[in-house]
Design a protein. Structure first.
Length: 196
């Protein structure tokens, strides 16, 4: 059992991102145009804004994988450009490829100056949590990969103080004592896993 836990802890980011992307792409592909102004669990984002943010995340974190600087100062309107569902699928696959390269988890990434593995975990967190946000907003089915959740529980714990300071995470939400790992992870980011 300890061996399995150790393997989960050290699973390559590329493999974890592949698992997360395989579950996120169908959610984005299934979003209808009429749902773009629907509210999401992210108070500052409707569906359109969250799609734009998520596409931008998968584009910019490709740069961080190759130790280049990213730019989150503004978010392009990918939805207005058209073909955003296909663009997300393409860019998400490119993200997986970028974070699967040999040596990608070594050293630090870009101007963030953070360990590369933690930076990759941030991309994993965004893809996973925002896929859940969009599924919740649009009524789609979504279940996170258990290995991804295992990685993210530790990442959220590490990132939470800074995330709350920067406004990226809300205050932790209390969960049922029998909450599953995904519910605990969502709650750690300030999301109510049971909310509407």
């Amino acid at each position: 059992m300890d061996t399995n836990e150790k393997q989960t802890d050290t699973k390559p980011l590329g493999a974890l991102l592949a698992a997360a992307v395989s579950r996120a792409v169908p959610v984005v592909a299934g979003i209808e145009d009429k749902a773009l102004d629907a509210r999401t669990p992210c108070a500052d984002y409707d569906v359109k804004a969250l799609v734009n943010h998520l596409v931008h995340v998968v584009v910019e974190f490709q740069k961080l994988a190759v130790k280049q600087d990213s730019d989150f100062s503004s978010t392009p309107d990918y939805v207005a450009e058209g073909g955003w569902r296909e663009r997300f699928a393409r860019e998400a696959e490119a993200l997986v490829e970028a974070w699967s390269a040999p040596g990608v988890e070594e050293g630090t990434s870009g101007s963030l100056g953070m360990p590369a593995r933690l930076v990759g975990s941030m991309a994993l967190l965004d893809v996973t949590v925002h896929a859940w946000d969009l599924a919740r907003a649009t009524g789609a089915e979504y279940a996170a990969d258990p290995a991804v959740v295992g990685e993210l529980l530790a990442a959220v714990e590490r990132l939470a103080p800074t995330g709350r300071e920067m406004g990226a995470f809300g205050a932790a939400v209390p969960v049922d004592p029998h909450a599953d790992p995904f519910e605990r992870m969502l709650a750690g980011t300030g999301r109510d896993p049971y909310g509407a």
